[in-house]
Write a protein that binds this ligand. Structure first.
Ligand SMILES: CC(C)(COP(=O)(O)OP(=O)(O)OC[C@H]1O[C@@H](n2cnc3c(N)ncnc32)[C@H](O)[C@@H]1OP(=O)(O)O)[C@@H](O)C(=O)NCCC(=O)NCCS
Length: 472
């Protein structure tokens, strides 16, 4: 067991129990169709929204939706939650293997360093953050970070045509079937081709690469903390170098140093949200990065995509929905009405999981554990309401349509128990997903090809132009 987890053994036991339940309910064979090396071009059946499309090969993580598995770099999510930490999982996602003690210590020192982003926080504080959507402010913060310790906008840095664009970029007409030509895939040569401008401080780094990834993974929680404090009319707090990533996050968000149990539960929540295949926000970051825009812009677009209520915004809606139900006694009546109107229930269903989401398997019992330790009747009834609702939905939609609780269903209750305001739930999701976003972008850039699907035109072709004065 990780020596840092000695004080929170009961949490480890909860996770191992959840793992046992999961493995007893699903089989453990991978789907050969999605676990292999790709030979381009590939044939696949594609639905609207690119459903089913295979966009790239990746070694970062694997989601098996029909069996309810989540794997990062070969490690099962339950194992990582039980034994690892968010810092270690970030290393794993970025570098592909678990670190040695020495590598891990160096990595953590970098994270401590990069948590300090005074220029960004100063600039952010000059905006009306209290009037902004929290995710809007977070996104702004990621863009302000571009100037913090990179030489991103210096003329000397600008990539030249030779270093970035293959002569073949436009040589394959859209009308032809993709050929998957090796020569049409052009790699990112910036790191090799462009030297750091002379006379610059050694602390400055490239806007794309591992340093910028660590900078963003560390800096985003500091921005989230500043957003929380500014919105509450308080001054942002400096990160505490003695605290872990998870403990720092709670401290910067709430101004309160968490207990070992609270820190561990936040750490697990961060591990659970760190990566999840080609989801919409990850895809958004990859699309932006594939144009050879930089990592800061790419992550900013991930934040924007995550804000949507079909994606990261759902956990906020779950808490509002539970409040709307009002009490655990009202669940049956409320649910019946929603079903009659065929309305969707927030926190249930998933585009990929058609089995119980493994993240909800962990967060459900953790919410239970946290709520029990609190002397708060309101939050106790909120959890009871959630459990009753889960019972109703699983009994009807679970059987009928394979709709089960997803990661967002219990995460909101967990964060509420940690005294985190609802509007900050989605920023916490971004804090965690920064690892997966950056890991996948850096992996993709090794064999970059600009994303360019196509639409089928179904409009008219022979319209005649009418001058505005003659239009009805
Ligand atoms: C996440 C989500 C967009 C995935 O959707 P999807 O796999 O594309 O499924 P669809 O939206 O096409 O729905 C398929 C069917 O299941 C039903 N369904 C899906 N999610 C449902 C939910 N949360 N509550 C009730 N019914 C749901 C749909 O009404 C639809 O029914 P129909 O076939 O009778 O029309 C969807 O489940 C959803 O909107 N959930 C609520 C929001 C949420 O929790 N998002 C966070 C995801 S992590």
């Amino acid at each position: 067991m990780n020596k840092c987890h000695k004080k929170t053994k009961e949490i480890t036991e909860i996770i191992l129990k959840a793992k046992k339940k999961a493995t007893s309910e699903v089989d453990t064979k991978a789907e050969s169709e999605f676990v292999k090396n790709i030979k381009w071009p590939v044939d696949c059946v594609v639905g609207p929204g690119l459903e089913g499309a295979i966009a790239c090969e990746s070694k970062v993580g694997y989601v098996n939706g029909s069996k309810g598995w989540l794997v990062y770099r070969g490690y099962d999510i339950f194992e990582l939650c039980a034994h690892s930490s968010f810092e270690e999982v970030s290393y794993l996602l970025l570098y592909g293997k678990l670190p040695s003690e020495n590598q891990f210590n160096k990595f953590k020192e970098k994270l401590i360093d990069y948590r300090n982003i005074p220029k960004t926080i100063r600039l952010l504080s000059s905006f009306p953050v209290q009037e902004m959507n929290a995710m809007g402010a977070l996104r702004l913060g990621t863009n302000l970070m571009r100037q913090e310790c990179t030489f991103v906008d210096r003329e000397e840095y600008k990539p030249g045509v030779k270093t970035t664009i293959s002569a073949d970029e436009d040589s394959i007409p859209m009308e032809t079937r993709p050929m998957g030509e090796r020569k049409a895939i052009y790699s990112l040569k910036r790191a090799e081709g462009i030297k750091k401008p002379s006379g610059l401080s050694k602390d400055l780094h490239m806007p794309v690469g591992f340093e910028s990834a660590l900078h963003l993974i560390s800096g985003i929680p500091t921005i989230a903390g500043a957003v929380a404090r500014l919105r509450a009319g308080e001054l942002p707090l400096n990160p505490d170098p003695e605290l872990s990533h998870a403990a720092n996050l709670i401290y910067m968000l709430t101004g309160r140093r968490p207990s070992a149990i609270e820190e561990r539960i936040m750490d697990i929540a961060l591990i659970l949200h760190a990566d999840h295949g080609m989801n919409a926000s990850t895809f958004a970051t990859m699309v932006v990065a594939s144009t050879l825009s930089d990592l800061y812009f790419a992550i900013g677009s991930g934040v924007a995509a995550l804000n949507g209520s079909l994606h990261g915004g759902a956990n906020e809606r779950v808490i509002n929905m539970l409040a709307e139900i009002g009490s655990s006694d009202n669940v049956k009546k409320w649910y019946k009405k929603k079903r009659e109107k065929k309305e969707k229930i927030s926190g249930f269903g998933h585009r990929v999981y058609k089995a119980y989401d493994p993240r909800a398997r962990v967060l459900g019992p953790l919410a239970n554990f946290l709520v029990k330790s609190k002397n708060d009747s309101k939050i106790k009834d909120l959890l009871k309401t959630a459990k009753n609702l889960e019972g109703e939905v699983v009994a009807s939609l679970g059987k009928e349509k394979k709709i089960f609780p997803n990661v967002d269903f219990y995460s909101g209750i967990v964060y509420s128990c940690l005294d985190i305001p609802t509007e900050l739930f989605t920023p916490i999701f971004a804090v965690s997903r920064a690892s997966g976003w950056t890991a996948r972008v850096l992996e993709y850039l090794k064999n970059n090809r600009i994303f360019r699907p196509r639409a089928v035109y179904s409009g008219p072709l022979d319209e005649k132009y009418t001058p505005i004065s003659k239009r009805k």
